[in-house]
Design a protein around this ligand. Sequence first.
Ligand code: PLP
Length: 391
Amino acid sequence: MIYDFNRITDGHNTNSIKTDLAVARGKPADVLPLWVADMDFPTAPAILEALHNRIDHGIFGYSVPDEKFYEAVKKWQKNEHNFEVERSHIVTTPGVVFAIACAIKAFTKEGEAVIIQTPVYYPFKNMIIANNRKLVTSSLFEKNGKWQIDFEDFEKKITENNVKLFILCSPHNPVGRVWTREELTKLSEICLRHKVIVFSDEIHNDFVFEPNVHTVFSTISKEAALNSIVSTSASKTFNLAGLQFSINFIQNLELKRKFHDERDKTGYDEPSLMGFSATQAAYEHGKEWLLALKLHLKENLDFLRNFLVQKLPKVRLIEPEGTYLLWLDFSAYGFSDEELDSLIVNKAKLWLDRGTMFGEEGKNYQRINIATPKPVLEEALKRLSTALSQK
Ligand SMILES: Cc1ncc(COP(=O)(O)O)c(C=O)c1O
């Protein structure tokens, strides 16, 4: 089947935060939005069909997934990530950020420390602070175009602050790293040594550029499996974020009970019917669409890289190992953070995510989402080039 990822689907007036909130968030009305991680493509036809069938039935009462759903999840994890899942390890939530909040409450007390590796997806920090826990950060650092972990600093911060929980982003948003088994093993060993539970956010697990391979955190070792929660969703892979559904894998029954208790205290009970129906259809029938999507993303990545080399050699692309969110370094221009952001928003009329939203390490960076039709990406790069040519 041919999928057309270059067809433009107008997102305006669809209640989309990506397209409809520019003015409300202080941007010019005509910005081109390539910020949040929503993609600009309709989801896979097989998912649409499953949702249409639900709609045609017309009854949207409280519902729970059945055995077919669990089989689809197990098969996807096995085939895509070489991860053996048992049904009894699965806990559903309305989103990965929701699961992070549950984990913070389940595994730490108020005032206790939670560590993250900045720059990182900003809700990690927000959830720690909103739940009155102590925020501890260990900075990633960039060397030869690749962002890396400072293991010594990571361990030092853990011991100095008596950290109880680590929220890992794997693959990493925004630096685009797909952590190697070796790196994850080192992180796991440090956490085990200091009794730090690991919450591994693997929502970007299906977007990995070859030859990189995503390693599920709990496949590192039996000890890692019993000391962690792995959280994922079909929402990034198949563009379903608005359906509010995610999946957690928890092998340690004690951790599972605590997590489940916190989830129950929120009043959440039955999951979103559309969320789990779409997820099941995605995992049963979405592979072919995903392969085609990944080819498109690769083409967009190649296009952007070539464009920068030819027209904007001072903008440095951090070569992504995974995700469709690219990390662009503008430091060669010598702008202040404010100047850079103002140029992007007001001159180039682009809505990207400014690097410092992810942590101070993101100074001089902007994150661009390339999950869009190529003509849109072309237009974005043209706007950027025109704005920067005056500099
Ligand atoms: C690393 C990461 N985690 C979580 C999310 C959001 O997940 P959810 O919508 O399931 O809360 C995102 C969305 O961009 C993300 O990049």
